[in-house]
Design a protein around this ligand. Structure first.
Ligand code: ATP
Ligand code: MG
Ligand code: FE
Length: 344
């Protein structure tokens, strides 16, 4: 099926078009520059930017794919979770298109879409798969028997998300916003063993009570204390070494627990999705540790890890293929949609 996917949960207006498991177009307009001076995404600004970008981005996607709206078989849209006003722009646009074109509408979960996007890269998902979702608002290990309706949490962060930790550390190092890619870049020039930062929820008792959970807020505080101490002593802060050592601590815990989750749940495949999956060190260490454990690693190219419409279209297409019932036109924008609810 030829499926359109709309994504407006945060600051990216994404319009993707897929034919089955094949990517035809992935147009993304970002309002990130408008938020940079505030150090974080401003919801009102994001909503307005989505309104302005929606039609031009839709036109661009159709042109890139060489299709017209009338060719579409279905419309998929991110129903949640995300910023309420931002989600509403995408949901309203999708309803209008579905109604005007007389095509079925699928309201899907943004987090499940971060997992499903790998279909476009590496083919149908293995069943079951363990997926690690690491993004700006979430960090979870998931058992995914079927991404179109059955996603079960194994564990999650008990405080900050991994991407949030990257963004906060970037801010305290004065690197800018969004921080993930900037820390990744600085870390390439630094020594990951320069400073031994804490590995959250990795002590023996935590591996019993919080085996597949994460915690990054203590790490962020440890980085802040270390930097303050340096400054108090009048010493320069080695930004590259701090970046590399912080990144190493995050990636070490993520990859160790992800591999363990596969081993203990009989999964031969590990999928990684979400914005932090674009991180170069995470990709390298995950590959190393999966190779050693005999696990097949699947991570999409970086552009498909961060927010985009293609991931929504990929999940929508899978729902059409497996005969899931479409959503109706009362479809809500659900800002706190739980990860276990794949379709609204
Ligand atoms: P969610 O998916 O939880 O709703 P979101 O949609 O805002 O949150 P994504 O777009 O999936 O988040 O990911 C954005 C996050 O990914 C940001 O925190 C950003 O710093 C982080 N990120 C992007 N690229 C990298 C990178 N190379 N290294 C580390 N983090 C990165
Ligand atoms: Mg973004
Ligand atoms: Fe996201």
């Amino acid at each position: 099926p030829l499926v359109l996917g709309l994504e407006t949960s945060c600051d990216e207006t994404g319009v993707g078009i897929v034919r089955g498991g094949t990517l035809l177009a992935d147009a993304v307009a970002s309002s990130v520059d408008q938020h940079a001076r505030f150090g974080g995404v401003v919801p009102e600004v994001a909503s307005r930017a989505h309104l302005e970008a929606m039609v031009p981005t839709l036109r661009r996607a159709c042109a890139d794919a060489g299709v017209t709206l009338n060719d579409l078989d279905a419309i998929a849209v991110t129903s949640g979770p995300g910023l309420s006003g931002a989600l509403m722009v995408g949901v309203a646009a999708a309803k209008a298109l579905a109604l005007a074109l007389g095509k079925p509408l699928y309201g899907v979960n943004h987090l499940a879409a971060h997992v499903a996007v790998d279909i476009l890269e590496h083919g149908p998902l293995p069943q079951p798969a363990v997926a690690m979702l690491v993004s700006g608002g979430h960090s979870s290990l998931l058992m995914v028997p079927d991404v179109t309706y059955d996603v079960q949490p194994l564990g999650r962060t008990i405080d900050d998300a991994a991407g949030e930790a990257f963004d906060k550390v970037a801010r305290l190092l004065g690197l800018g916003f969004p921080g993930g890619p900037l820390v990744d870049k600085a870390a390439r020039e630094g020594d990951p063993a320069a400073i031994r930062f804490p590995r959250g929820l990795s002590a023996a008792h935590d591996m019993r009570d919080h085996r597949f959970d994460f915690s990054f807020s203590g790490l962020k505080t440890a980085v802040a204390r270390w930097v303050e101490q340096r400054e108090a002593n009048g010493e320069p802060v080695p930004i590259n070494d701090v970046s590399a050592s912080f990144q190493e601590a995050v990636v070490d815990v993520l990859t160790r627990k992800a591999v363990l989750a596969c081993q203990e749940n009989g999964a031969e495949h590990l999928l990684i999705g979400g914005g932090v999956a674009a991180n170069s060190r995470l990709r390298a260490m995950a590959q190393e540790r999966c190779d050693k454990a005999g696990i097949q690693l699947r991570v999409p190219r970086p552009k498909l890890c961060t927010d985009n419409g293609a991931m929504v279209a990929a999940l929508g297409a899978r729902m059409v293929q497996t005969g899931r019932t479409p959503s109706d036109l009362t479809l809500p924008a659900d800002s706190s949609m739980p990860i276990t609810l794949v379709q609204a």
